[in-house]
Design a protein around this ligand. Structure first.
Ligand SMILES: [Ca+2]
Length: 295
């Protein structure tokens, strides 16, 4: 007994140096060779990073509280998306149950690509992806594979068809866009046009064009439908700007709002608005324009 007690003591004293076994290994990955897309339908590229982690306290992420995710997230592991095998794959060793990694905590995988073009996010978990008890050491968990999961934001198809994972365009504020695109440009205000292509920075932001490289103006087609003027604005819905369509009969007095215009389409890629005033002998001329401002 004495020997056992002494051995125990020695082990305790030298605990920091002992080659402790891995506590609990969590293999987390997506299946190789799957079709994984960004919100534009393009294959995910090496700019995507996937993180395994948890949200602090009682915070539950939803598509309605995305602004709070970053502040409440604690990542445990991070790995880059591998284009060659079209997957992410890592094995994380859970070696702590310190806050916020308490045993049983809902665990998520958060895929992100954030660059000058915008923010793409996908967040998902399966109901049994819960943070393990790190001590005593346990067996390696069965792999947490993306196609077992349900997405909070973005999409997952368990079958892998027509794709396995698809990220979503995430609200991109003017300030974020400005920092990513105009950091070395003194003409960085909403109405500035540093490359002098005729499109002010605010509209470059709305249309997701490059503010420092000259581009032809983004087309905003105007058509006549049953005598009504209709304009299509191919704006990006992830750009946080307020867009108003104004109509006029004389280019001097402009009107907007439901008494004057009707929104026909307002989705991820376009805003389509109709002038309620019929083009007629009483109203022989109609004009329509876009007004953009920061929220
Ligand atoms: Ca410009």
């Amino acid at each position: 007994m004495m020997i056992r007690a002494m051995l125990h003591l020695i082990l305790l004293l030298s605990g920091g140096c002992l080659p402790l076994a891995a506590q609990v290994a969590i293999p987390w990955n997506s299946t190789p060779g799957a079709i994984n897309l960004d919100s534009a339908g393009q294959p995910m590229d090496g700019g995507f990073t996937f993180e395994l982690g948890v949200f602090n306290g009682l915070f539950v992420p939803t598509s309605g509280n995305m602004k709070l995710w970053v502040a409440n997230w604690t990542g445990a592991a991070s790995t880059s998306y591998m284009v060659a095998t079209s997957r992410f794959a890592e094995v994380h060793t859970a070696d702590s149950n310190d806050e916020p990694f308490v045993a049983g905590k809902a665990t998520y995988v958060w895929g992100r690509r954030e660059n000058a073009g915008g923010k793409e996010w996908i967040l998902f978990r399966a109901t049994n992806w819960n943070w393990p008890t790190a001590f005593p050491p346990g067996p390696t968990l069965a792999a947490w594979v993306a196609n077992q999961a349900t997405a909070v934001v973005g999409e997952i198809n368990a079958s892998g068809s027509p794709f396995m994972m698809k990220s979503a365009a995430t609200p991109f504020s003017w300030t974020e866009w400005q920092a990513a695109n105009l950091s070395n440009e003194p003409l960085d205000g909403p109405l500035d046009d540093p490359e002098k292509d005729g499109t002010p920075n605010l509209l470059e932001f709305v249309f997701a064009t490059t503010p420092t490289v000259s581009n032809p103006p983004t087309p905003t087609p105007v058509t006549l439908q049953s005598g009504h003027t209709v304009i299509t604005i191919p704006r990006r819905i992830d750009r946080l700007a307020t867009l108003t369509i104004e109509v006029s009969g004389d280019l001097l007095n402009w009107q907007s709002g439901p008494a004057h215009t009707e929104i026909l389409q307002d989705d991820a890629t376009a805003l389509v608005v109709r002038d309620l005033t019929l083009l007629s002998p009483a109203n022989p001329k109609r004009f329509i324009r876009l007004k953009a401002k920061l929220p």
